[in-house]
Design a protein around this ligand. Sequence first.
Ligand code: F6R
Length: 581
Amino acid sequence: MCGIIGYIGKKYPQEILLEGLKKLEYRGYDSAGIALKEKNHIQIIKSVGKISNLEDKISKEKLIESHIGIAHTRWATHGIPNETNAHPHKVGKITLVHNGIIENAKELKKELEEKGVHFYSETDTEVIAALINLYYENNLEEAIEKATKELKGSYALAILCEDDEKLYAIRKESPLILGIGDNEFFVTSDIGAILKYTKDYILLEEKELAILDKDSYVIKKNGKEQKKEILVSTLNDEDSTLHGYEHYMLKEIMEEPVLVDHLIQKYQDNIELLPDLKKYKHIHIIGCGSAYYAGMIGKNLYEEDGLKVEIDVASEYRYRNIIYDEDTLVILISQSGETADTIAAMRKAIENHIDTLAIVNVEGSTIARESTYKILIEAGREVAVATTKAYILQVLILSLLSYKINPDKEYLEDLKKLPQHLKVLLDKEEFYQELAEKIYKEEDVFFIGRRIDYAISLEGSLKLKEVSYIHSDAYQAGELKHGTISLVNKGTIVFGIVSDEVTKEKTISNLEEVISRGAIPIYVGNEESNYENQIIVPKVHPKLQSLLIVPTLQMIAYYVAKKRGCNIDKPKNLAKSVTVE
Ligand code: F6R
């Protein structure tokens, strides 16, 4: 979703800001803008669509000689994507960019209008600028503190004022970090935007205000100076380069064998590093989208291990009336660690004195910091909006936790073989391309499976629909006859996921039922079959099997989307990090 980058230092900021915006593109956006400041003049340039449009516009303007600037990619919430609604917004002496949603914007806007403020945009962001401007007399820090106290909702703000040579930043619920360079400073919603310049950063906590000067910075909360630790990012700028691949999605799928191997090396002989789920009577797994589907794999594994497991999507959990059980562990799965609903679910569990375990990718993210325990999946930066490598590593961690509950020699043997199996499977690019050829003209595709195969179906189906825009749904194979089978026509593609020993035969019967109604089956399993279209993966321990099947479905989704000419890394309407509810 929206991305922020700000710079103050000795260099001219425009290049740094534009490069930063490009690194933030993956989060999803529909317009972008930049503000530069020189003395009491602020120059704002905005455009709709790609960053390249903004770049074009900037190249045609005479830019002021500035050493301070802020920039933003907007993912529309209040008001359609157009230039007026794009950030930065300027009211009086205040110019700012904003991530998040102000829930009481309507009421505040009305009050401000009654005081004579005229608004140009439909955004909640302009309301924040107007409020700060209203309170600003000669002390901007006080005006920001006072204005933000009135805001309900989430915000990360980078603020410029005509009257001084400083850059201000403050956050609540939306991520924002401070980058510490060599006599230069940055603010950004994602460290990836500044890795080229520095790996040193400070995490801004809720409502902390950063005041950045050309050669110094101070962080305050309620007017009091805060001591902050400088952290060093383990990420590389290299993670944001395509390395010859046409798309990040393919590059990230291809990274899976190495990343899986890395986690295996880390944990196979040190399983004590992972928490013991057996200590808890009840496990409750929570996530959104693919992270939730990874959790579904976990649920299946832990139930087989004899634990009582419940699972919820975070946006439901946060509003459910949960009857809390003292001996519960809430497992939160999130690549970004910043998904608004998952954060709310975590805080709800913590408020109810429940232990939480975060399985996250982004170190220093809100979920990684606030959860009782955390396990990092160490995927590096995932740029493609549709998750691939992070999903696989989430499932690997869930599977290792299951191994810890019930250690078994066969599992360890198969675990060691996993990276090689994955490599061989992913090398068959032509095979996936040929299969994609049979699918890409379809309008509806179905995935069916039972138990863990249903969890796999959900992820396979989501991946296909989000990147190729083909309507696709996953069903528990046994449910088909209760309604959905009426959608099966001559030529409808149905993927049958058949790896689960307990239900294999049942799902095959369901596949036969759709074949009799004209469907074209794609059999996905770990044993050869007689089906014309089949994806066969090596048979491994049941706790590891999904780790070989899902990558093949990711490849299919990728090649189908490619054949359809879709914007694979940035599918329409989607954002990488869903930081609003
Ligand atoms: C789908 C996808 C999303 C995310 C979901 C949760 O490919 O990427 O469904 O899995 O938005 O995001 P995180 O894991 O960052 O909490």
